[in-house]
Write a protein that binds this ligand. Sequence first.
Ligand SMILES: Cc1cc2nc3c(=O)[nH]c(=O)nc-3n(C[C@H](O)[C@H](O)[C@H](O)COP(=O)(O)OP(=O)(O)OC[C@H]3O[C@@H](n4cnc5c(N)ncnc54)[C@H](O)[C@@H]3O)c2cc1C
Length: 383
Amino acid sequence: MDFDLTDEHKMIRDMARDFADEVIAPRSENMECTGEFPYDIIAQMAELGMMGIPFPEEYGGSGGDWVGEHVCMEEISRGDLTLGAMLDVTTSVAGQEIDVFGTEEQKKRWLTPIAQGTKIGAFALTEPDSGSDAGSLRTRAVPEGDEWVLNGTKQFVTNIGLDNASVVLVAAISGKDEEGNVVISTFIVPKDAPGFQLGKRYEKMSWHASATHEVILEDCRIPERNLLGDPSRGFAQHLAVLETGRISIAAMSVGVAQACLDQSLRYARERIQFGQAIFNSQAVQFKLADMSISIELARNQYLKAAWLKDRKRKHTFEASVAKVFGSEMLEKVASDAVQIHGGYGYMDEYPVSRYYKGAKLLQIVEGTSEVQRMIIGRILSTR
Ligand SMILES: Cc1cc2nc3c(=O)[nH]c(=O)nc-3n(C[C@H](O)[C@H](O)[C@H](O)COP(=O)(O)OP(=O)(O)OC[C@H]3O[C@@H](n4cnc5c(N)ncnc54)[C@H](O)[C@@H]3O)c2cc1C
């Protein structure tokens, strides 16, 4: 067994860590207050090769692996969670689906700018009446001549509201199989396709800079060649990349939890009560120790899942464990971080209040905690 990161992974981690500290973290509060997305930061991340780590160089990527991608995602999320979320959706989900299932032409046209970071990808599975039960979606795609015509509404779509978002991968019913079951296919829908409409931007509890929108497809016409992968396996393709998305959510959780610990340690050493630093109180030290224990375990778990993925080994169980453990760990760690900061922790001027508000979402997106436990339960039932 080897628990060491490679030199390349360490280089990515150190670069992303410095970037998060020097460029991202100082802007994070402003992003949350104004809701403005920092396009200049994406441009810098692109220059540093962070937008396409796991993709082949011939398609604009860095030719790295998924451990490297997630080490980067942890550090970026430590700086700001909405940037981690942007990176997850454009890389782990949208970019990967085009890379794995796309034709040569689709990869050149759509993946290359995503991997280079000049364009951002989005992913639309969720609908108003179809969330955890994602297979019950209603959006339809009908072939007409050399085009597909899509009708339906997708909701809660991350990234699509960004000015440089290029495409959204849409799951839609495209027909029925021989047994009469619906067939779901995936389509590459450019944001400028006729009939594509950006719906309302959601007002959220947190993650204000992340542009989450409804997407309305009304007789939306896309060329036949924008069908992605096997037309009968669109849903399976989506689920396959969401498995990676779960590792990403776990890495993001670890990044924010690490930020909570860093801030809490600093504060506990500085804050004097009863004539001494609160760090000297065992009750506070135990909280810090518990935070550190759970972060360590969550980090090991997401790295294990990513390592298995890099070796093309099955990692459904490990990815779900990483997601549910990491995201639930973060909620507790963020709450303890606010507690250690006392009343100041509730004030906007301290970043832990932002971490606390942002943390909840990670138990919901890309398969809720309940869905992860259903997946793990299903695996256990076969053992
Ligand atoms: C900010 C944000 C960004 C998002 N970005 C995207 C995106 O880019 N693309 C996209 O496609 N989606 C996106 N989503 C959607 C997200 O993936 C869904 O919200 C999530 O999958 C849950 O679906 P739902 O909200 O419909 O909840 P529901 O499925 O209605 O679930 C409600 C509750 O019931 C529980 N539940 C449901 N069924 C069961 C069951 N059988 N057993 C036990 N418990 C159950 C759930 O766990 C949950 O607690 C985003 C959501 C948010 C909030």
